[in-house]
Design a protein around this ligand. Structure first.
Ligand code: NAD
Ligand code: DAU
Length: 331
């Protein structure tokens, strides 16, 4: 099978490529990635001899058309993915997340190629901290940020292309991922690399916001389950019952580094900061028989800390500029 992976040099996409090469030797992988600040050729270095990397944008219709024509499946990870960046400049989010997804949909429609769209739980907005509810596939869309609204729009494009044009697509909406190769602008790797540098972790506001953490390998095993067993046109929510507030995550990291639980700083909060995300993944578990492997968050976090300690050459080049951007916002 020939698989085109968009955004395969980013965090989740590169982990997907590694896992696919490791577990599915019959799959031939081509990555299409614009290598933005968030994409790194080095993230594919361990599989460089087994994977073709095409540098280019998913908004380039001619390039996309040619690559899709020679694929059996497109797995679409490419996106502008960081909420804080979308608050500073929404424009690349509209281009990549909306125009890019449209461009891919037109190509899979033309060539009759199976499509899997990777999306986020943020399309559903947020839940109250004391609400026992979780997101389900029927929760109404209510995105808060330019990032999540462009992801919501991209999901709706996929649904419309399925219904109007018979495109063979599935959608997954996953909760917050952690693991190796995550850009250090994101919460967990930012704090790990701060701690490695002897800098105190930075908590937005009071740290009460809740995220539903899942290890990236569990996200990607669920994506393969949906590709292989999911029903066309369906949306599957991916999550592993990993709810933690941000303060708890920082405290666990401080413990792993042998520091006092209070050894962090409060910094400016994110405007419009979503309170809580929580996924009900029962459709994925019951219908497709998927289960996560990383059920102990602390163990997964320790392995992630070890990875950042062992791979400083991967993250170090981005650290100074990333922190300078945050410092300019009092974060
Ligand atoms: P990331 O920012 O680490 O990687 C995105 C990749 O897309 C990068 O390699 C980048 O170079 C590439 N890219 C950006 N614009 C492009 C364009 N125009 N053309 C081609 N490539 C382009 O993101 P991530 O965290 O790996 O997220 C991947 C996908 O998963 C996204 O669609 C995101 O919305 C979704 N998602 C992420 C999470 C999470 O916790 N990180 C959770 C749920 C869903
Ligand atoms: O829910 C899925 C989403 O998870 C994905 O769609 C996004 O692509 C991904 O970036 C992530 O979005 P979040 O905004 O939840 O992730 P982020 O890592 O930016 O922040 C996680 C939480 O930590 C959030 O409540 C903000 C907070 N935070 C973040 C940073 C960078 C801090 O307290 N301090 C920080 O330094």
């Amino acid at each position: 099978m020939r698989v085109l992976v968009t955004g395969g040099a980013g965090f989740i996409g590169s982990n997907f490529v590694h896992q696919t090469v490791r577990e599915r030797p019959d799959v031939q992988v081509t990555v299409l990635d614009a290598l933005t600040y968030a994409g790194d050729r080095e993230s594919l270095a361990p599989v460089a001899d087994k994977v073709a990397l095409v540098e280019g944008s998913i908004t380039d219709a001619a390039l996309v058309d040619g690559l899709v024509a020679s694929s059996d499946l497109v797995v679409h990870f490419a996106a502008e993915s960081h909420n804080d960046n979308s608050l500073n400049d929404p424009s690349p989010f509209v281009q990549t997340n909306l125009v890019g997804t449209f461009t891919l949909l037109e190509a899979v429609r033309k060539h009759g190629v199976r499509f899997h769209h990777i999306s986020t739980d943020e399309v559903y907005g947020d839940l109250e901290l004391d609400d026992p509810a979780k997101f389900t596939p029927t929760t109404p869309y209510n995105p808060s940020s330019p990032y999540s609204s462009t992801k919501a729009g991209s999901d709706l494009l996929v649904r419309a292309w399925v219904r109007s044009f018979g495109v063979q697509a599935t959608i997954s909406n996953c909760s917050n991922n952690y693991g190796p190769y995550q850009h250090i602008e994101k919460f967990i790797p930012r704090q790990i690399t701060n701690l490695i540098d002897g800098v105190r972790p930075k908590l937005y506001g009071a740290g009460q916001n809740v995220r539903d953490w899942i290890h990236v390998e569990d996200h990607n095993s669920a994506v393969w389950a949906i590709i292989e067993k999911g029903r066309i046109g369906e949306t599957y929510l991916i999550g592993a019952d990993g709810e933690k507030n941000n303060l708890e995550v920082v405290e666990t990291l401080l413990e792993i580094f042998g520091l006092a639980k209070t050894d962090f700083e409060h910094v400016n909060d994110r405007p419009g900061h979503d309170l809580r995300y929580a996924i009900d993944a029962s459709k994925l578990r019951d219908e497709l028989g998927w289960t996560p492997r990383y059920t102990d968050f602390r163990t997964g976090l320790e392995a992630t800390v070890d990875w950042y300690r062992a791979n400083e050459s991967w993250w170090r080049p981005a650290k100074e500029a990333t922190e300078a951007r945050y410092a300019a916002q009092g974060q």
